[in-house]
Design a protein around this ligand. Structure first.
Ligand SMILES: Cc1cc2nc3c(=O)[nH]c(=O)nc-3n(C[C@H](O)[C@H](O)[C@H](O)COP(=O)(O)O)c2cc1C
Length: 186
């Protein structure tokens, strides 16, 4: 069984990430890929402190639990789909901070991107590729790029155009193939 985590990469209240991640999960599940399991992993469920920042004593146990839970969850997957919005031409700070906690947990695994923004989140994807390269995560070529202008109403109600499905299929095919092969490297 191949386990793919769909990482919900925004913790902003009222985030669009939730609708996009749910769409991604539904779309992936409908493919009925043999021996592949998809699951959303939501950054907002892990109240991660900034890496290395002092945590008040009363919150230390909770912070340690969050850090352990996040790294164990990410270690449990064979591949990832990052649902990543673009913030100032890069990935959001919450996702970057969360990735900074990881290294061996994600080494020699595969990743694909689903993004959204004025240009489909592509600059966040390119930024994420640099980060994942350092973490030895192999990111696939094809990405799904939703436009805040045309795939959302009022930039907040998700109404994706059908043509994205071709890219979503291609991206998932690539993530599955690479996730399978990289299992043999680990
Ligand atoms: C601080 C900030 C910076 C942003 N910078 C960009 C940007 O550089 N490019 C872009 O396409 N969208 C940008 N946006 C728009 C976000 O991509 C958009 O609000 C998106 O819905 C954020 O994802 P979320 O709703 O899941 O948090 C920015 C939004 C914020 C709040």
């Amino acid at each position: 069984m191949l386990k793919i985590g769909i990482v919900l990469g925004s913790v902003r209240q009222g985030r669009n990430a939730e609708a996009v991640a749910n769409w991604t999960l539904d779309f992936a599940k409908k493919r009925n890929d043999a021996d592949v399991e998809y699951e959303i992993v939501d950054l907002a469920n892990y109240n991660l402190p900034f890496l290395g920042a002092a945590v008040p004593e009363a919150q230390q146990a909770e912070a340690e639990k969050a850090i352990k839970g996040w790294s164990e969850k990410m270690a449990s997957y064979d591949g990832y789909i990052f649902v990543a919005p673009e913030y100032n031409h890069a990935v959001g700070g919450a996702l970057k901070n969360a990735l900074d906690y990881l290294n061996p947990e994600v080494n020699n695994k595969a990743a694909g991107f689903v993004g959204y923004g004025s240009l489909g989140g592509v600059r966040a994807h390119e930024n994420l590729r640099l980060i994942l390269g350092e973490l030895q995560v192999a990111d696939v070529r094809t990405a799904v790029t939703f436009s805040l202008m045309t795939d959302f109403e009022n930039m907040s109600v998700f109404k994706p155009a059908d043509y994205h499905e071709a890219n979503a299929n291609e991206m998932l095919d690539q993530v599955i193939a690479w996730s399978r092969v990289l299992k043999t490297v680990r």
